[in-house]
Design a protein around this ligand. Structure first.
Ligand SMILES: [Zn+2]
Length: 208
């Protein structure tokens, strides 16, 4: 959510601090500040259904991304490949426990919990099953949003592939394709989720 605050149906502009009455928006419309023209918030089109679809797609790509080999390396007649889980297992075997824990948390646990949280929040709002516990889930989603490091891991894989490509034969396996699709879904959730509308729905239902 942007740095603006909402108090009793008023909204404060994050650019010029003007306090403005909260406008009612239709899907696809943007609310602009009357003083400085900054965008206060927008109401995204079909946000709940799109978030649900993207979160489900992301969760479907998770298992292949974790279990299928990411890259295969062939040299001197030998061939080896490794999946994301293999990377973590190898780090544990080599006693790099902190690194193994970090890879597990940032590439498996946090992205998956974040997708499940987005799915659960969207599902509850779609079917009007709003409970006070959803506030905890939504705050957790905000917290996890900054801790997903899938893109960093993917960048590491690409750099490794580039460096190894001159020394060995490289093959791209299904795990890498699934990982890219999972990263795409994980990023799309941030785009499709309408945080302003979710806060509004939660406040409206919990006040009743
Ligand atoms: Zn303003």
């Amino acid at each position: 959510m942007k740095n603006h605050s909402v108090v009793n149906n008023m909204i404060a502009c994050h650019q010029c601090d003007s306090l403005l009455p909260m406008p009612y928006l239709l899907e696809g419309q943007n609310a602009l500040c009357g003083c400085c023209g900054a965008m206060l918030f927008s109401k995204k089109r079909d946000a709940i259904n799109r978030t649900l679809a993207v979160a489900i797609a992301g969760l479907l790509f998770f298992l292949p991304a974790a279990l299928l080999p990411i890259i295969g390396i062939g040299a001197a007649g030998l061939y080896n490949d490794a999946s994301l889980v293999d990377c973590i297992t190898l780090l544990i075997d080599s006693r790099n426990y902190v690194l193994a824990f970090a890879v597990f948390m940032f590439t498996i646990a946090i992205p998956v919990v974040r997708l499940i949280t987005a799915l659960y929040i969207s599902w509850c709002i779609k079917f009007q099953k709003i409970k006070p516990s959803l506030l905890v889930f939504f705050r957790s989603y905000h917290l996890l949003d900054t801790w997903t490091m899938l893109h960093v891991f993917l960048l590491g894989v690409v750099v490794s592939m580039y460096k190894l490509s001159s020394m060995a034969d490289m093959t791209i396996d299904g795990g890498l394709v699934s990982l890219i699709l999972l990263l795409l879904c994980s990023t799309l959730v941030s785009v499709t989720i309408d945080q302003h509308n979710i806060w509004h729905e939660l406040e409206k239902s919990l006040e009743q």
